[in-house]
Structure formats: C-alpha cells, structure tokens
Design a protein around this ligand. Structure first.
Ligand code: ZN
Ligand code: ZN
Length: 345
C-alpha cells in the first residue's frame, strides 16, 4: 500500500479552489475507523462549498477534503474499537454528535448544538481513504447494490421526511425533484401513499420522477399549481407536502394548497428569508415541521429495512465517474442535466 492517497481538497476560501491532491493516508485515532472508500456521491452541500456560499464560508476552514456520502470497507481500527469491525462494509452518518449537550442527552443527536460534519469540519470521503468515529460507520448489507449503499446518507433525509408522519393511504406532494425529492417519491410509494404528485420545472428531472414512482409530475410554469393540486387531491389538497425545493414560491404555494389539518415537512433551504401568510397556516390548522439530517440511528434502521425489503433508489443516479473527473461532475450538476453523480476513487 502506498503511503499517499488521492483526494479532492477545498484548498482555500473563495469560489472554486477545489484540487485533486495527494495526501498521506490518515491513521485512525482513538475511537475511529479507517475506511477504504468504494463509491462516493456528490451532494448539494459540496456544490455550496465549491461556490463558497454563506453555508460554507461560515463553517469551513480550508484546506479540507470534501464529501460525506459514501460506502466503503473498514480496513483498520483505532484504540478502543473492536478489531472485529475490520472487513465490515459501511456507510456513514455524516453528523458527528457530541453526546454531551442537552439535545444529545434528550435523544436528539441530529440536532446536537456541537455537531461536526464529515467533509465540512473534518476531512471527507472524496478520497481513497477516510477516518471517522466508529459510531458513525453504519454497517451496510453487502447484498444491496453498492450504488444504493453509497447513497444511504441522502436517502436518510428522504426517509426521515417520509416517516415524520404516517404516509399510508395519504396523498403526498413532493416539491423539488433533486436526488432527495426523487428518492422521497420512491419511499412515499413504498410506505403506501395513495398518490404521489411531484412539482418540478426541469423536464429531465420530471422524467426521472415518473421512473422513481411519481403518479403525476406538474411543471409549475405550465399550471396554476394551487388549483391543479387541490383538484388532483379530492378538491381539498394533499394530506402531506414534502418540501425539498428551497424555492420561496413553491413553499408559499404549498401553504395554500395543503388541505386543512395537513402537514408540510420542510427539507429544502431557501437562499433568503421568505414571507408567509399565516392566515393560510393558523386558521386551517396546518403543521410545518423542519427537518435536520437523520435520527441517529432510528432513521438508519428504517431505511436499511426498506432497502432489505426490495426498495431501490438507484434510478436517481445519472453518472458514475472516476474521482479525477470531479470538475466535469460539478459542471454536469450545475447544468441541470444530471441527477445524482457518484465518484469512484
Ligand atoms: Zn449530503
Ligand atoms: Zn450534542
């Protein structure tokens, strides 16, 4: 084994500044595991880091290796970790909780006030090897395809949203068909939704939404969305909205077409503050829930159970590229002509 590895590093502050570099293979510290990365996935967060948006500039101190969605094999363990973990196929919970703050002690580790994130605060998985806390290395089923296992982290966001309330027999609208919205369509159908309607302006993504189980995909530029969705859902609107677009207009529309007593799960982040008319929410008994990450490790148990029972979200992958072609991968994502892109180190 050579002592160096290839990795994609955010080398300095500002737009761009992503480089393929050689770095020493890290050693697992106390409580950590060293993982050989098999397959990694690019997330919207990585694009924010590349473009040095506020999210990134407030959190990242370069240089840092980016990437947090992957699967791989544990090849060595640090002090205090059971040697038997060597050889396990794992994916990673990307949020490292402190286990000491009031929220952690209340069982809400996904909301930990001292959270550190893989590929943000510590070196990430766009590399041949990565070290992470042993606790965060979640065992994968080797019988599930590598592509599905590489996307457990984002799938967890879709599953967290879709399990916040029961979807069985319910009408569900999904706004925004990026990879998480697309996966949510598959999850909602699997969980027994009576009808899944996606709202997505990009034709390429709309086509993928049908492939992933949507019953109907509506382009918000071609329809009066509020009227159309109400009509499609018994004239009174859907039971549930899963919001992944982060688009102000889409969120406002959702507060208008959701049925009285309905629930809006917010998983998309608008770039700026938005104004909402609370008359639509308050008098009609609408509930809005914010969503952060995955419940540790309740959501992981549910999603691996869904995959083990035959669910497959690999249709949301449009490209698998060698890690060296990361520039091309980011360009494809920003062109809107790609879905999930996976990188192979
Ligand atoms: Zn992600
Ligand atoms: Zn904490």
């Amino acid at each position: 084994m050579s002592r160096n590895m290839k990795c994609i590093v955010k080398t300095s502050a500002g737009t761009g500044n992503l480089e393929l570099l050689e770095k020493p293979i890290p050693l697992p510290g106390e409580g950590e595991v060293l993982i050989k990365v098999h397959l990694a996935a690019i997330c919207g967060t990585d694009v924010h880091i590349k473009d040095w948006e506020e999210f990134a500039s407030k959190r990242i101190i370069p240089p840092v290796t980016i990437g947090h969605e992957f699967c791989g094999e544990i090849i060595s363990v640090g002090y205090g970790v059971n040697e038997k973990r060597v050889g396990e196929l794992v994916s990673a919970e990307s949020h490292i909780a402190c286990h000491k703050c009031a929220l952690c002690l209340d069982g809400k580790e996904n909301l930990c006030i001292n959270t550190r994130a893989i590929g943000v605060h510590i070196d990430g998985c766009f590399a041949e090897y990565i070290t992470i806390p042993s606790e965060n290395a979640y065992v994968c089923n080797p019988d599930i395809s590598e592509v599905n296992n590489a996307m457990l982290e984002p799938l967890g966001v879709a599953v967290h949203a879709a399990t916040k309330i029961s979807l069985a027999g319910k009408t569900v609208v999904i706004t925004g068909c990026g990879p998480i919205g697309l996966m949510a369509a598959t999850v909602a159908k699997k969980l027994g939704s009576s009808k899944v309607i996606c709202v997505e302006p990009n034709d390429y993504r709309a086509e993928a939404a049908y492939k992933m189980g949507a019953d109907l995909v509506l382009n918000p530029f071609h329809f009066d969305i509020v009227q159309e969705i109400r009509q499609e859902c018994e004239g009174i609107g859907p039971d549930v909205v899963l919001e992944f677009s982060g688009n102000a207009g889409a969120i406002k529309d959702a507060t208008k077409y959701i049925r009285a007593g309905g629930k809006i799960i917010v998983g998309g982040l608008p770039a700026n503050e938005i104004s909402l008319n609370f008359t639509d929410i308050f008098y009609r008994g609408v509930n809005m829930y914010g969503l952060s990450g995955r419940e540790m490790y309740h959501t992981w148990k549910i999603m691996t159970g869904l995959l083990n029972s035959g669910m497959d979200v690999s249709d949301c992958v449009s490209h698998i590229l060698p890690m060296e072609e990361f520039d091309k991968a980011f360009q494809l994502i920003e062109s809107g002509q790609a879905l999930k892109i996976l990188l192979r180190p």
